[in-house]
Design a protein around this ligand. Sequence first.
Ligand SMILES: NC(=O)c1ccc[n+]([C@@H]2O[C@H](COP(=O)([O-])OP(=O)(O)OC[C@H]3O[C@@H](n4cnc5c(N)ncnc54)[C@H](O)[C@@H]3O)[C@@H](O)[C@H]2O)c1
Length: 429
Amino acid sequence: MGAEREPIGVIGTGYVGLVTAAGFAELGSEVHCIDIDAGKIERLKGGEIPIWEPGLTELVEKNRERMHFSTDISDALERTRLLFVAVGTPPTYSGDADLSAVHAVVGAMPASDKHALVMKSTVPCGTGENIKRLFKDTGKEGFRYVSCPEFLKEGSAVADFLNPDRVVVGDDGDWAGDAVVDLYAPLEAPLVRTDIASAEMVKLASNAFLATKISFINEIANVCEETGADVTEVARGMGLDDRIGPKFLQPGIGFGGSCFPKDVSALKQLAGNSGYHFQLLNSVIEVNELQKRRVIGKLQKHLGSLVGKRIALLGLAFKPNTDDMREASSLVLSARLQAAGADVSVYDPVAEDEARKLIHGVRFATDAIDCAADADAVVLVTEWDEFKTLDWSAVAGAMSGTVIIDGRNALDPQSVRAAGLEYEGVGRT
Ligand SMILES: NC(=O)c1ccc[n+]([C@@H]2O[C@H](COP(=O)([O-])OP(=O)(O)OC[C@H]3O[C@@H](n4cnc5c(N)ncnc54)[C@H](O)[C@@H]3O)[C@@H](O)[C@H]2O)c1
């Protein structure tokens, strides 16, 4: 099978690029990975995986012979027709998507009627048309373009690549779109083959909808806190409705990560730039910001002024099973707590190295109990499994206070209370 599979290039070896590369190598393709970060390429050549993603090290190791790493784009251009683009598209100060890395790749493409760019990076609707126009204006009209947005989730990215809910391919109905469809065929996922603009919009709309669902249940949780209802029960009852479904109905202290905040903001900006005011997304963003800050209010309710109080944050990554700290709620929380005069200790089983680059003025603890030492309150920020099974008597013994704020509704309130601690979740007692 390996010999028949289309070889591909993958430009950008971050969370999406490396998983995509390893996934296609697993399906039998020779994969030529390109990155401008020479240090990263050296580490990858040496067999070291620069990101923490379950199963990725094993998948790369298993397919080592089919995976090639280079900083030189011509290594991919010479050997492949399809160049998957997986470079970052972070937010600019205005909230628009920063497409400078995408355009660096576009600019590096030669005139060719044998190659295609396959856009995995999340880009605003209209980007594909702009790139095609750019190709045309620079005498590269033979270069094909396919939009193939990525839906994998960090923490389960390998499984998501191999078992996608759907594959979306937006193209002009030419050989490039056919080739991308063929590449994904062994996964037997539902295929949405459509035009480029619609494919781009599927990605933005999906993330915006999921973010809306989170902000919605967070607001329901906040109302539950006022009315005595238990949001866990409410979400259970809602989720059994087929039209609603149980996923993304877990309240917490706000969404973060490299995708939701920036994609929601990019869609809002895209709509605004096109003359449409996307009212709902403004609220989704605002609710999310306020949700992170509600933790401060809860701590003040229990402790009064936070000046000189010791607060322990358990978990720093934006969600469990990743070391990704981009837009993590812990960034806002640690800064707000320090601004309120608190001494902050933090612990994350995986993300400490990344967190040290972004969080300053806090004490990095060696484990959860060390983090809780002398704390007036402990806040669960990221629901790593190891926190769900903590020995709460040991935590209580280490703390000087008794307050546990469960920012993810991940703990068992009874176990916490049985250790003599006060428990407060999100929208439940
Ligand atoms: N992380 C996710 O969960 C996820 C999921 C779906 C879609 N996406 C989208 O995929 C894209 C990539 O996200 P990511 O999280 O993998 O980013 P990342 O920051 O982890 O990786 C991007 C990589 O691209 C490299 N790069 C930048 N400019 C380059 C260039 N000109 N040539 C070659 N390499 C270059 C960087 O060095 C880096 O290694 C983004 O648009 C993101 O929105 C991400």
